[in-house]
Design a protein around this ligand. Structure first.
Ligand SMILES: *Cc1c(COP(=O)(O)O)cnc(C)c1O
Length: 398
């Protein structure tokens, strides 16, 4: 036995593996955020553990609540969005759910724009059926007219500008002004703009939701969401609901989103350029009766887009002439080579998806008769995408 008998060699190999004696050279640095995986967070002593206060954001308690990796991502998202506090959830939809369970209760009334992300509607309908919530769907272009729909128990107004399929752009400040006058909270699904092209807190919104699954992940391989706010009291309500529901995210996933954030604006601008160019081109095609892109002058709410947004990203929709049947449009979509068929967006690959909008509306009548196809324009070369669309359009007449 040597003089190190009380440390390494007296211990069994198994214990040494669990309590390693690494001797790493200090001073390493890199641009990446370390992946701090944890369920257990280790405290230096019992007094520290007993002094923990769940509401103190600066304390580490448990891996479910935060790790350095997840907190770094949350902080950067708050900066991008122009807010102060952010919480991460394991999907964009769970962020929406966190808003409901954090801020409304049985008997409250919630308003949702008729063009909202469908799973938000479905979530709300479930809360109506099983938890005693009241919900009104409203015309997304209602503006200040929303005041007429307010009830004594109205607690929350959802916004989504533009709707990610039909692209109507809401007059956000007109709605938040009414909401504030009535002390009603507002939450926006701001996934379309990635927090880059629209700054919700400058327009009076209380809570912003991001599906990080989209541009923030940027590679169609991560599911995550965030709730962001500039208001500490709202943040704490969301945080307590999140904790009680047992919601957390993996540091590995966070590190992948962190890796994509520095390129997000560049990618967003590239999607924007190609999408807008293809939208203009599709508008000239006889097969298309309407192109719904917020930057085009005839898009409903375009004036609010021009006033409040700095960019558009990769999404737009086209309504086909009503002489084409849904089956013909299905054939068109399946004939596309570079546009995949699938949900979600924000990655490098273009997507196309037909929608039956009439069946999705309850607050108003959808004015178009032809089938709508929602396009997501990826990072492929524009000329190749255009040739692909041209070829599939030619097939429509065959
Ligand atoms: C994708 C999406 C969501 C939900 O994100 P998931 O991570 O897929 O749950 C919410 N809102 C909008 C507008 C979306 O496009």
């Amino acid at each position: 036995m040597t003089d190190s008998s009380n440390s390494s060699s007296a211990r069994s190999l198994q214990t040494r593996i669990v309590h390693p004696e690494d001797q790493l050279t200090p001073g390493f640095d890199s641009f990446s955020m370390p992946v701090t995986r944890a369920s257990t967070v280790v405290f230096p002593d019992l007094a520290t553990m007993r002094a923990l206060v769940w509401s103190d954001d600066s304390q580490w308690r448990y891996g479910l609540h935060a790790t350095p990796t997840s907190l770094a991502l949350a902080q950067r998202l708050a900066v991008i969005e122009g807010g102060k506090h952010a919480l991460l959830q394991p999907s964009g939809l769970s962020s929406i759910s966190n808003v409901y369970f954090g801020l409304v209760k049985t008997g409250d009334h919630v308003m949702i724009p008729d063009n909202a992300y469908s799973p938000n509607r479905d979530h709300a309908d479930w809360l109506v059926a099983d938890f005693g919530l009241e919900v009104t769907y409203y015309d997304p272009l209602i503006g200040a007219g929303i005041e007429a729909l307010i009830r004594p128990n109205t607690r929350l107004i959802w916004l989504e500008a533009p709707g990610s399929v039909t692209m109507e752009v809401q007059d956000v400040p007109a709605i938040t002004k009414v909401a504030r006058a009535h002390k009603i909270l507002t939450a926006i699904d701001n996934t379309y703009s990635a927090g880059l092209a629209f700054k919700p807190f400058e327009h009076g919104v209380d809570i912003s939701v991001q599906a990080l699954t989209k541009y923030q992940s940027g590679a169609s391989d991560i599911l995550m969401g965030a709730t962001i706010t500039a208001d500490k009291a709202i943040h704490m309500k969301l945080k307590s609901a999140r904790m009680r529901m047992g919601i957390g995210v993996s540091s590995d996933d966070c590190s992948l989103v962190l890796r994509s954030l520095p390129t997000m604006q560049v990618r967003f601008d590239a999607h924007d350029r190609t999408a807008l160019s293809l939208a203009h081109w599709l508008k000239t095609r006889p097969e298309i009766s309407a192109v719904l892109h917020p930057a085009l002058a005839d898009c409903p709410g375009h004036e609010f887009f021009k006033r409040d947004f700095t960019g558009a990203g990769g999404l737009f929709s086209a309504v086909f002439d009503k002489r084409y049947s849904p089956a013909q449009i299905d054939t068109f979509v399946e004939a596309l080579e570079y546009f995949a068929i699938g949900w979600s967006w924000g990655g490098a690959n273009s997507l196309a998806m037909p929608y039956d909008i009439k069946s999705m509306r309850t607050a108003g009548v959808w004015p178009h008769e032809g089938v709508l196809v929602r396009f997501y324009i990826g990072l492929e070369d524009e000329a190749d995408l255009r040739a692909d669309l041209e070829r599939a359009l030619a097939g429509l007449e065959a």
